[in-house]
Design a binder for this molecule. Structure first.
Ligand SMILES: O=C(O)[C@H](O)[C@@H](O)[C@H](O)[C@H](O)COP(=O)(O)O
Length: 255
């Protein structure tokens, strides 16, 4: 079992996004210094997208070779390409379109009008095959340097919801998710076994509506009840919170 999660509490949502963005740039610089490249799993949601937008304001971003970063998604809303609600669309607008990334290293989950049409299972299987192709040796998922994840009010992360088929998935690395409580209803998502291949998992969330889920996740809740509790990195798990979301977290030191 990996080390206990670290908890970092920032004053408010703006400082949460800014601090996480700076941390992400440093993590990418460190990864590239060690291996020549970096791999980051992006998340949807307001907090995750705010972090990406803040990266553009990090002076050290120019020390990153953005052409040698592989970008993946933890989940995607299964919508037509370019739909404003797609995580890909929001990430491109906030961040990817403003940096010299290598388009071949931006690994999107297929849209509902893409190669596989309106078949989320086929899109999920294709993404799983991509992960195998990018993974070392016999592994089926790359060892992502950083996996960014949001957290929902009831404890979901990526598109893995409490007591859902996705949270009980132990074999597949990517699944189609239907009838999601959070719209849109159909999504494609990494599973917890895939997320746990990450070197570092960063859960980032703010606001008092998340305080209950955060408190339960950090106080021993099962991943079936609170899927975010099962999102653990192999070497580090960090919860990046604002004060409101940390209000019920056990024993946290507030920045
Ligand atoms: O596609 C999505 O909706 C996200 O992947 C989802 O997991 C999100 O990160 C959380 O629901 C938190 O969203 P907020 O940060 O907007 O509360």
């Amino acid at each position: 079992m990996t080390a206990a999660p670290q908890v970092v509490v920032l004053a408010d949502s703006n400082s949460l996004a800014a601090a996480t963005a700076a941390r992400l740039v440093t993590a990418i610089i460190d990864a590239q210094a060690a291996t020549g490249s970096a791999s980051v799993v992006l998340t949807g949601g307001r907090t995750g997208t705010a972090v990406l937008a803040q990266v553009l304001a990090v002076p050290a971003k120019d020390a990153v070779d953005w052409s040698r970063v592989d970008f993946y998604w933890g989940d995607e809303r299964f919508l037509p390409a370019g739909d404003p609600d797609r995580n890909e669309t929001q990430a491109r607008e906030a961040f990817l379109d403003h940096l010299p990334v290598d388009p071949a290293r931006v690994h999107v989950m297929e849209p509902s009008d893409g190669k596989f049409g309106d078949d989320p299972d086929a899109a999920a299987e294709a993404y799983a095959r991509l992960l195998v192709a990018k993974a070392p040796g016999e592994e089926t998922v790359p060892a992502f340097d950083v996996c960014l994840l949001g957290v929902g009010e009831e404890g979901h992360t990526a598109s893995i919801f409490p007591d859902s088929p996705a949270v009980h998935e132990t074999d597949r690395t990517v699944v189609a998710v239907r009838d999601c409580p959070k719209p849109p209803p159909t999504r494609v998502s990494l599973t917890l076994p895939a997320i746990r291949r990450s070197r570092e998992v960063w859960l980032l969330t703010g606001g008092e509506s998340k305080a209950d889920a955060v408190g339960l996740a950090l106080d021993g809740a099962t991943e079936v009840d609170i899927p975010a509790a099962g999102a653990r990195g192999r070497s580090r798990t960090v919860w990046l919170l604002d004060k409101a979301a940390a209000a019920k977290a056990p024993g946290t030191h507030r920045a």
